[in-house]
Design a protein around this ligand. Sequence first.
Ligand code: NAD
Ligand code: AKB
Length: 314
Amino acid sequence: MPKERILVIGASGQIGVELTLALRKIYGDQQVVASDLREMNPLLEGTGPYVALDVMNKEMLHGQIIRQNITQVYHLAAILSATGEKNPSLAWNLNMQGILNVLEIAKEEKLKKIYWPSSIAMFGPTSPKKNCPQQTIIEPTTVYGISKYAGEFWCQYYHQKFGVDVRSLRYPGLISYKSAPGGGTTDYAIDIYHKALQHKPFTCFLEKDTFLPMMYMPDAIRATLELMEAPAADIRIRTSYNIAAMSFSPATIAASIQKYMPDFTIDYRPDFRQAIANSWPQSIDDSCARVDWGWKEQYDLDMMTRDMLEKLKA
Ligand code: NAD
Ligand code: AKB
């Protein structure tokens, strides 16, 4: 079997670092080329090749894909929900042109597989709040959500029209300890652990009862790899799969931390991110992913809290 050569775009970001390291374990360090607009994340130093790359520059991207003999692309570069509302045109340009550049080159160069993440942010206030199904009313109200919704249909279009094997997951809010989050509405669920370990009170930018779908990063990385390893015939959804692990609010994550750190305290000062959170579902029905390619989460809230506190302390 010919060796895979994988390009990760946005490799210095919250997901990119962990996904690059996981892909290097599977395919070999030299076979996975990390790339980003910003400098290499220190956690990637010495672990494999890195190129500086702007996904908006199609010629540069195309040149790298040919020069590096790339067979698969994981395209992660995007502007997330909270940052997107501060600069809607920048978010729209990057989130749309980035995926279009990748899909067009995938078609031209007949790349084997493409991965591109969507988000639960593509749902809107008229989508069902609880157990939001795979197919339902979708009327997003953030520029980030609109860009994910449009991106999903571009992926399906390139698959149906040109046979591009592009696969996607609608990630919930992702919690991780290795690298900092990139400007989302769910970022509070990472900051809260840092504050707890610094023995400081935490002021949350969402109201105490704001439930959102969430997932621990090891589950998200495993979901991504399992989706990409699944036989093409099993991938029935070519927009993007709902996946879920847990749903919690600021009050319930605080209670989970208090089981291990009883002195931890939280108060609430909601800002513009409350309206974004209010527009999203509280929980997700991911039965299609479970049936089609066997998705199952491993971490619940308390397991994640224990692991986050242990790993951050270490
Ligand atoms: P992040 O902001 O941490 O990382 C994105 C990376 O892309 C950054 O390192 C940034 O420098 C890079 N980048 C920005 N513009 C670029 C450009 N023009 N060319 C090349 N690189 C560029 O984001 P993340 O949390 O790692 O998210 C990755 C993907 O997963 C995004 O598509 C995001 O929408 C999606 N997602 C993330 C979450 C989450 O909770 N983290 C949830 C749902 C979906
Ligand atoms: C965000 O909050 O913007 C992201 C996401 C759910 O897509 N974490």
